[in-house]
Design a protein around this ligand. Structure first.
Ligand code: ATP
Length: 934
């Protein structure tokens, strides 16, 4: 029994133990279950809080089904902790930082509340960088632990387009937003620098009514709802035009242009499109996308409301909901309260003020002074030249010479203002680019001296530092045009070689690779250039091929042609050679100009006086820019600018060379003459000046070799004595005193004073001079000289001094010299021929004047080799061919111009001007004295 009791007791104990163990386990499970339930409930709350937003849950816990208790509190606590973590960096400083950022990026009118500025027309220039942001309202982040407000702004002008999405309830807010933004921009800039286009699918007028006063001034255009295409076409045209004009120099955008050059005066165009949520037709959609894509670079800003479209350029968006807005700038979390709009009256008043100011600005007469920038010489010409030449509605209209429009053709009848236009254009450029950036070569084929003012004059000693060469009165000297084109062609090659050496192809790249090099752009102006092609002759032919070369290849080497003419229609070189004409992309037509613009473009016919059509698109209609050209030739205009530029000319600047066809070049000041000094071997005779860009002397080297004699052929005394005198004086300068001998034979009476003057000058230079007058003397002297040749040939001991025999009117002695000496059977002419033939090798040279080509032939009687060089004046080309190696010589004589040929250097004869010898003896003496003193 006892045993049984014991067993029972142990079983009961075991059960008890089991029961208690199970109870413990069950209790633990229940606790765990409760814990899991709580965690679950807290998670559930957390999820709902996350979905509804902590701020809302805090405001109204019932939204998330929240009941007071640890689970809800726990979830809220966790959400708050998490929020705090997320907002670290924002809390306490975020709103302030944003406010500071907006204050900086949206300065002044771009960011300040409208009561502070509305009604005051703006003052900012287009060239100043636009504000990066423009304020639209105030934002806050409802869910943040720091819900302080901050300003909200969007980027506009050059930065991004703006897309607005609204619904029926928010239509007014949409207009208010657009109006506020447009007003900010309009009021920031000087009136006129912002143009607004409005298109509303739903209404013709009534949209943005407060802005309507801008319409009369042309600052706002309301487009017909059915004509969106036209508006987009207008904007596209504008973009195209900006590319071919302002951006013609290779800049990618107006902003880049402004940053590099400090210049921007194209107005911005804000196009506002109000849609109704329906997409546009495919064609218009594409048009709009093109404008969106290319507009920002050209100052075209889109504000597109409720038009579904994909935009492939930078765009920000504002979405309007009942009371609030969201923007792409601030993200979906931030709520934006848009700024309130000013009253309709206030807007109307402000817009009237802008319009009035603009009309006043537009109608103010712009003068030459307005073409001149401050500061002067601030622009670089690496990518092109650009300057205003006139004004349209008070705003500058520019001309561009760059890679895209390398050359220009200017046309207009006599008196229409071509010269004035050139002054305006050159003034604008010379004021912007320093002489290291721009060089000018100016040639005027018109009778008159229109470019002479660029060179120092007696009354006005100033000159234009950019001008290298000025040619006036050259209508008779078409070769001067050739010389200029040849110079340009050579320069072009030099530049191309330099570019090649730097492994680049064009000037802009060369300048980048060789920043220390001096590579100015060259503008060559030829006024009345049709003269160059006036005859069907070799000059025209050569001019045509040179022009073709320069026009085609000058583009990339920074060489720009500006050709002006009163009648372009007759110029075969142009019409016969479209390849040349096509290079002249910039066309300037003055009133009534014919054929300068494209055939269908008759804008020039309707032009008022003192206006010009400036067209950078080869003259097609849509490239027309009409400008009024200010008077740029009156006193106090260009001359005043020239004085300012002259005063700041570089130290080493030299005045431009002036070639005046109505004057003869002065030997006394010619660098080739003043540079001559003794002991330069062989001595060189200067006979005249060739027609080239440098004003080089026509030179004959007096070597000790056969044929080194010089003939002057022609009947005119002044020309002959000039050539022989210049030759003698220049040779005299190259020998020390007593180291040369001159024999002067005056065979015709009329030269006696010239011979006497020359003799005196040579004596004063310390040289031995023998003067003989009359035929009788010649008959005696020539055989003596011939004998001297023999002596020198035979004997080493002869003095061997160089000796120049100047014989004036050789042919006058023909008959007297024909007589043969009965003892030797030789005549005076034979002796003369011997002198010519053998003299040069014995340093005896003849410089003779024959009064006709035929008479020279008579003297020589046979081969003409003894005359190695000649200058012919009033002699026709065909008479000269035997002296020019038998080739055809094209030459019609003209007053005071000679034809020069040196068989040792020339392929063809070239035109020379005889020298004016006034002052040359004195100059030679001065130099000799300096030598002596030295
Ligand atoms: N924009 C202007 N404003 C005022 N006067 C002007 C203007 N343009 C030209 N003139 C005046 O008109 C006259 C003729 O002008 P300009 O010499 O420039 O014409 P052009 O076409 O070069 O004529 P031509 O070929 O006969 O020389 C000049 O007296 C000039 O002062």
């Amino acid at each position: 029994m006892r045993k049984r009791n014991e067993r029972r007791s142990s079983i009961e104990t075991a059960f008890e133990h089991l029961r208690s163990t199970v109870a413990t386990a069950l209790g633990a499970a229940e606790n765990e279950f409760d814990r899991v339930c709580s965690a679950y409930a807290q998670q559930e709350y957390a999820q709902r809080i996350a979905a509804a937003g902590l701020a809302r849950a805090e405001r109204d816990p019932s939204i998330v089904g929240g009941e007071p208790g640890p689970m809800f509190d726990g979830a809220m606590h966790e959400a708050r902790t998490e929020r705090e973590q997320i907002f670290t960096g924002w809390t306490g400083q975020g709103p302030d930082q944003l406010a500071a950022l907006v204050a900086e990026a949206a300065p002044g009118i771009a960011g300040r509340p409208w009561p502070e500025w509305l009604g005051e027309p703006g003052t900012a220039d287009a060239s100043s960088r636009p504000p990066q942001l423009w304020r639209v309202g105030t934002g806050h982040v409802p869910g943040s632990p720091d819900p302080r407000p901050f300003p909200v702004a969007v980027p506009l002008l050059d930065e991004a387009h703006l897309r607005i999405t609204s619904n029926k309830q928010t239509g007014d807010a949409r207009e208010a937003l657009v109006q506020n933004l447009v007003l900010r921009v309009l009021s920031h800039y000087k009136p006129g620098l912002v143009r607004v286009h409005v298109w509303d699918v739903a209404q013709l007028t009534g949209t943005l009514p407060g802005l309507y006063p801008l319409t009369n001034a042309g600052l706002l255009t309301a487009h017909d709802p059915t004509r969106l295409g036209e508006m987009l076409e207008e904007l596209s045209d504008h973009i195209r035009r900006i590319h071919t004009s302002a951006l013609n120099g290779g800049h990618i955008s107006l902003r880049a242009l402004a940053e590099e050059t400090g210049q921007r005066d194209e107005p911005w165009r804000i196009a506002v499109l109000f849609g109704d949520g329906e997409p546009l037709r495919e064609e218009q959609q594409q048009q709009l996308q093109r404008v969106a894509r290319n507009g920002l670079a050209c100052g075209v800003q889109l504000i597109v409301a409720d038009l579904p479209m994909t935009v492939n350029s930078s765009v920000e968006s504002v979405t309007l909901r009942a009371e609030e807005a969201r923007t792409s700038m601030t993200g979906p979390e931030a709520v934006v309260r848009l700024d309130a709009a000013p009253s309709r009256e206030a807007v109307t008043k402000a817009c009237s003020a802008i319009a009035t100011e603009f009309i006043a600005r537009r109608s103010r007469v712009r003068t030459f002074e307005d073409l001149v920038p401050e500061p002067l010489w601030a622009q670089r010409s690496a990518s092109g030249l650009q300057a205003p030449a006139g004004f349209h509605e008070g705003e500058p209209v520019k001309v561009t010479l760059g890679d895209a429009s390398p050359h220009t053709l200017i046309g207009g009848p006599s008196g229409s203002g071509k010269t004035n236009f050139l002054y305006a254009m050159l003034g604008g450029m010379a004021a912007r680019y320093s002489p290291d950036e721009l060089e000018l070569y100016l040639l005027d084929f018109k009778e008159g001296v229109s470019f002479a003012q660029f060179t120092p004059g007696r009354r006005d000693p100033t000159w234009l530092p950019h001008a290298q060469l000025v040619g006036v009165n050259v209508n008779e000297d078409r070769e001067f045009g050739l010389a200029l084109l040849r110079f340009l062609s050579t320069e072009m090659r030099r530049r191309a070689d330099a570019a090649k050496a730097h492994e680049v192809t064009k000037l802009e790249e060369l300048r980048a690779e060789d920043p220390e090099g001096r590579w100015p752009r060259i503008v060559a102006v030829i006024d009345e250039f049709q003269y160059l092609f006036a005859e069907r002759d070799t000059v025209s032919a050569q001019a045509t091929s040179l022009l073709e070369d320069v026009a085609r290849r000058g583009r990339s080497q920074g060489i720009h042609l500006v050709l002006a003419s009163q009648d372009v229609s007759g110029i075969e070189a142009f019409w016969g050679k479209p390849a040349i004409f096509e290079q002249f992309i910039l066309r300037i037509a003055l009133p009534k100009a014919r054929r300068v613009l494209a055939d269908q473009n008759e804008a020039a016919l309707e032009l008022p006086r003192w206006h010009a059509v400036i067209n950078h698109e080869s003259g097609v209609k849509h490239g027309n820019d009409v400008a009024r050209i200010p008077d740029s030739t009156a006193k106090g205009t260009f001359d005043e600018l020239q004085r300012r530029l002259w005063e700041r000319r570089p130290e080493n600047a030299v005045p431009p060379r002036l070639f005046d066809g109505s004057l003869l070049p002065a030997l006394s000041t010619l660098p080739d003459f003043t540079r001559l000094s003794p002991e330069a071997a062989p001595a060189k005779a200067l006979l005249g000046q060739v027609i080239d860009v440098n004003g080089t002397a026509a030179v004959v080297r007096m070597d000790r070799s056969p044929g080194r004699n010089i003939a002057v052929i022609g009947s005119v005394r002044v020309d002959a004595v000039s050539v022989l005198g210049a030759a003698a004086l220049s040779l005299a300068r190259q020998h020390r005193a007593h180291q040369v001998r001159f024999t002067l034979l005056g065979l015709v009476e009329e030269v006696a004073p010239d011979v006497a003057d020359l003799a005196e000058a040579l004596v004063e230079l310390g040289h031995e001079v023998h003067v003989h007058h009359g035929v009788d003397q010649a008959v005696k002297v020539v055989p003596e000289l011939a004998a001297k040749v023999d002596d020198r040939a035979a004997s080493e001991s002869a003095d061997g001094l160089p000796e120049y025999v100047l014989c004036y009117g050789v042919d006058a002695a023909h008959s007297a010299m024909e007589k043969k000496d009965p003892s030797t059977f030789t005549s005076g002419l034979d002796q003369l021929r011997k002198l010519l033939k053998q003299g040069p090798e014995q340093r005896l040279h003849v410089l003779g004047w024959w009064r006709s080509a035929q008479r020279l032939k008579t003297t020589l009687m046979g081969p003409v080799d003894e005359i190695g060089a000649w200058v012919a004046f009033d002699v026709h080309g065909q008479e000269l061919s035997s002296f020019a190696a038998g080739q055809l010589v094209h030459w019609s004589p003209r007053a005071r111009r000679g034809l020069f040929f040196d068989r040792s250097v020339h392929a063809q004869p070239e035109v020379v001007l005889p020298f004016d010898l006034t002052g040359a003896p004195a100059a030679a003496r001065r130099n000799a004295d300096e030598e002596g003193a030295g």
